[in-house]
Design a binder for this molecule. Structure first.
Ligand SMILES: [Zn+2]
Ligand SMILES: [Zn+2]
Length: 132
């Protein structure tokens, strides 16, 4: 049983790695169809369960953007996201000034900020270039 679960998790990580170059952030449905290409008897329930366990163990990161869809990210370092409203690509972004901003809030209002994840929307460089 333990062995089977390990294999299922490996298949999920493999699917995420395979699609990383195309799309860094996959929904459960996308993970499920990628895993099924390799292992077609796997159930959606099994994929769900294993994905959640992988996220709970910190192997992958769960992100929820403004569309409310759960997506999973192989990049588990603290980072934020930018979604292009034209091509719907989700990009990883770093905000180096966040600690400074947090300090400003603390100084100005006495607020203690706990930021786990921020997301932004807009038009990406690729789509901006297309328009011109
Ligand atoms: Zn775009
Ligand atoms: Zn990301």
């Amino acid at each position: 049983m333990q062995q089977r679960q390990t294999i299922q998790k490996q298949l999920i990580v493999k699917a995420l790695e395979k699609l990383k170059h195309v799309k860094g952030h996959l929904s459960i449905d996308e993970i499920y169809s990628a895993v099924r290409e390799e292992y077609d008897s796997i159930s959606k329930m099994t994929v769900y369960r294993n994905v959640r366990q992988l996220a709970a163990s910190g192997m992958i990161m769960q992100i929820i953007l403004d569309d409310g869809i759960e997506r999973y990210d192989l990049n588990t370092h603290a980072h934020h996201h930018f979604t292009c409203t034209k091509c719907e690509t989700i990009y990883d972004v770093e905000i180096e000034e966040l600690p400074e901003f947090s300090q400003q809030l603390q100084d100005a209002h006495g607020f203690e900020m706990e930021v786990a994840h921020l997301f932004f929307t807009g038009v990406c460089d690729v789509c901006k270039a297309k328009k011109q």
